[in-house]
Design a protein around this ligand. Structure first.
Ligand SMILES: [Zn+2]
Length: 112
């Protein structure tokens, strides 16, 4: 499952941050996820609950920050918030180039 390997990567980063800070517990992990990153949030949360057991992140909360899909027109240069995956400029019909929305990264790790 895609989300399980994602969570493994996220936990690995969080545990490394905790080790660097000599923390004993991780209380929260913040993620930045683009609305076009293709992540199933239910599956992500489920995998997190399973994989965090018996680690110092056992009681950690997963805090997800959504990144909207933003694209810029290659003709008129205007930027738009994309809905319904329409990648044509509503103003001039140019092609919209993706600027954000595919992010998937660990934003912060709260340790104790
Ligand atoms: Zn345009």
């Amino acid at each position: 499952m895609h989300e399980a390997s994602l969570v493994e990567g996220i936990l690995k980063i969080a545990l490394e941050v905790a080790a660097e800070n000599r923390a004993e517990k991780i209380s929260a992990i913040g993620l930045k996820i683009g609305d076009m990153a293709g992540v199933e949030l239910d599956a992500l949360n489920f995998s997190f609950d399973v994989l965090k057991k018996n680690t110092i992140a056992e009681n950690a909360a997963l805090k997800i920050n959504h990144v909207p899909i933003i694209a810029q027109c290659n003709k008129c240069g205007k930027t738009f918030n994309i809905a319904r995956y329409n990648f044509f400029c509503p103003e001039c019909g140019g092609i919209l180039i993706l600027k954000s929305g595919r992010e998937l990264l660990v934003e912060f790790v709260d340790c104790e």
